[in-house]
Design a protein around this ligand. Structure first.
Ligand SMILES: Nc1ncnc2c1ncn2[C@@H]1O[C@H](COP(=O)(O)OP(=O)(O)O)[C@@H](O)[C@H]1O
Ligand SMILES: [Mg+2]
Length: 251
């Protein structure tokens, strides 16, 4: 088994609350894994640690044998990890298209020196990025909104835009925090279709989600966590019928 991303005994405390308590897991390349568990289980904290937004107290995570823990968020992004946030983090006062363009990795314009020295290259890249961004917006069905401010989109459209930003980053690993929450049934189908496309392209996708009815069958594997710990993992059917999972969701 190719353990592409391995997480060993990650712990994170918030003033006595063990958000992660020696949490271990692994992901293989190309898998779609569901990370489920009750509110406060530590799911978002896990994404924050993997994405470099939070530093773990102890434990480690490695991607392709490269250390991920204690590495700043921008470097983790450059290693090919992208995430969406439970509370969407779009740049609301810029256009939908610009949100996507700002998500491309390794842009010449990011660096002031290269901006001055290689202005024409930057301009060429800008126009290439413009076309690329428009293609990505078409892919999620938002091309008509390209010039609108991100703020003017409906909630479901904003979620699709965050997905478009993930696609733009061309990350190999996507961490999606509740992509279906607050999304209308017709929009849910679109989001699921995009996830399937991304899986077919070989992306590894970890999804935190409560709407299990909608998404469970799209998971190759499910990890159930509670109180910062992994309680069990398995195929969707095994997890659906696990008494510990049933009890946690009924309590
Ligand atoms: N920045 C923070 N400061 C203090 N406590 C936090 C912080 N982030 C998360 N927690 C606490 O850690 C626990 C796990 O939270 P979280 O990872 O958001 O859970 P989940 O995403 O599974 O609902 C909760 O008890 C939460 O209140
Ligand atoms: Mg959460």
């Amino acid at each position: 088994m190719n353990k592409w991303l391995t997480v060993e005994k990650l712990s994170k405390n918030f003033g006595g609350v063990k958000a992660l308590d020696e949490f271990s897991c692994h992901f293989e390349q190309g898998e779609v894994v569901g990370l489920i568990g009750p509110n406060g289980a530590g799911k978002t904290t896990f994404f924050n640690v993997l994405g470099g937004m939070l530093e773990a107290d102890s434990g480690s995570a490695q991607l392709n044998k490269k250390k991920l823990t204690s590495i700043p968020a921008h470097r983790i992004a450059n290693m090919g990890i992208a995430r969406t946030f439970q509370k969407l983090r779009l740049i609301r006062q810029v256009s939908v298209l610009e949100n996507v363009m700002l998500s491309f990795r390794n842009q010449s314009g990011e660096n002031l020196v290269s901006l001055v020295i290689r202005w024409s290259k930057v301009r060429t890249q800008e126009s290439e990025n413009y076309d690329k961004a428009l293609t990505i917006l078409k892919r999620v069905g938002l091309q008509e909104k390209a010039g609108d401010l991100a703020d003017t989109l409906s909630y479901g459209q904003q979620k699709l835009l965050t997905l478009a930003c993930c696609i733009a980053s061309d990350a190999d690993l996507l961490l999606l925090d509740e992509p279906l929450a607050g999304v209308s049934p017709s929009m849910i189908e679109i989001v699921l279709e995009k996830l399937r496309e991304l899986k077919n392209e070989g992306k590894t996708i970890v999804v935190i989600e409560h709407n299990l009815e909608a998404i469970m069958d799209d998971f190759d594997r499910v990890i159930f966590m509670d109180s910062g710990r992994k309680i069990c993992e398995g195929k969707p059917d095994e997890i659906r019928n696990d008494p510990r999972v049933i009890e946690a969701y009924l309590k």
